[in-house]
Ligand binder design. Structure first.
Ligand code: NDP
Length: 328
């Protein structure tokens, strides 16, 4: 038997999440069984656990879109007992039992090896949010945004994606401008490497099709008017990597930045990202994310603690990253 968060539909059609004991026989099909050591609470896990958006595709479900742990049994020749592995996305925690449990059974092709010198805890302190931040950084790099080209903006900066993006971009030598609604986190954002902190209200209201050119590149985890305004203020031939919807799923923008300033908008998806891109992202995270900054943005919680944390992350109350020690 092992402990897991299980989400069930209630008789009244509601949604209930509780720590429950499960038998290994209840795990779904898969060729690799993993002893999960750490998982996380990402924004999407917040939506899944609270039921605020239809993230869960079948019930009962174990949430947790990512996990890190040690292989216990494997029918996949690529993996053997004792291997340390990381999993992000692939519909895990949505349509297939996820990482907020002490065991998981998954497809071997979904796993990536834990890259040295990361531990399973550090990998989940990074989690899907941090891996997505790296996918955004890679998109900007491949576009040709280089340190010294100009200011790079990060929106939703105090959140998980934002905190990791600020730390990564500043370590790589960019001048990072952090946009946040939490002025009280300015010192925190500067400690991660932000050169300047701006109030997100400057970007969140309906704006003009074009504004003063400022950003050589941007990482946006917010969407809606913020993303429209970020595109409208990106410099000629600059690039924006869009990965989130914390303000909204809409994009009330005009084509002006794209056809008059040759701005490029990159869509970033972590869930179905191909394996070579995942391997590149994880090896870069192992190299380019300062472990002390990662620790400073991370809070460890218990498996049961992930349930109240789900509401907190949706309320914008979580700073940085939550790592879940599933053994506690
Ligand atoms: P967090 O909740 O940790 O961070 C989101 C941040 O957005 C908040 O901390 C806050 O930052 C800001 N924010 C919240 N509400 C609003 C609002 N109404 N208007 C403007 N800003 C707001 O979430 P994550 O970092 O885990 O995820 C960020 C986004 O990225 C989510 O939408 C998530 O779904 C998405 N995502 C997408 C992935 C993909 O594959 N495309 C993968 C991972 C995440 P502050 O307080 O600093 O203003």
């Amino acid at each position: 038997m092992f402990q897991a968060i299980v989400i069930r539909k209630t008789e009244s059609g509601g949604h209930d999440a509780q720590v429950t004991a499960l038998d290994e026989a209840q795990l779904p099909e898969g060729d690799v069984t993993v002893r999960v050591e750490y998982s996380t609470v990402n924004y999407k896990d917040g939506l899944a656990i609270t039921g605020k958006a239809p993230v869960i595709r079948k019930y009962p479900m174990v949430p947790g879109i990512d996990l890190a742990g040690t292989v216990e049994a494997s029918g996949d020749p690529e993996w053997k007992p004792g291997d340390h592995v990381v999993l992000n996305g692939w519909g895990v925690g949505e349509g297939h039992f996820g990482g907020l449990a002490q065991r998981a059974r998954v497809k071997g092709g979904w796993l990536v090896p834990l890259p040295a010198p990361l531990t399973t805890r550090r990998a989940m302190a990074i989690g899907t949010a941090g891996y997505t931040a790296m996918l955004c950084v890679l998109a900007l790099e491949k576009h040709g945004v280089r340190p010294g080209d100009g200011e790079v903006l990060v929106t939703g900066a105090s959140g998980g994606v934002g905190s990791v993006a600020v730390a990564l971009l500043s370590k790589l030598g960019h001048r990072v401008i952090a946009s946040t609604g939490r002025a009280a986190e300015s010192d925190y954002l500067r400690s991660l490497g932000a050169a300047e902190v701006i109030d997100r209200a400057q970007l969140s209201a309906p704006g003009k099709p074009l504004g003063k050119e400022r950003w050589a590149g941007a990482v946006d985890s917010v969407g809606s008017h913020t993303l429209a305004n970020v595109c409208a203020t990106t410099r000629y031939r600059g690039a924006v990597a869009a990965c989130g919807l914390a303000q909204g799923m809409d994009l009330p923008a005009s084509v002006a930045p794209f056809i008059l300033r040759a701005v490029t908008l990159y869509g970033i998806d972590s869930v179905m990202a191909p394996r070579p891109l995942r391997l590149e992202a994880w090896s870069r995270l192992a190299r380019d994310l300062d472990p002390a900054k990662l620790e400073a943005m991370t809070q460890e919680i218990t498996l049961a603690g992930a349930i109240p944390a789900a509401a907190d992350i949706l309320a914008g109350k979580v700073r940085g990253r939550l790592v879940v020690n599933v053994a506690r």
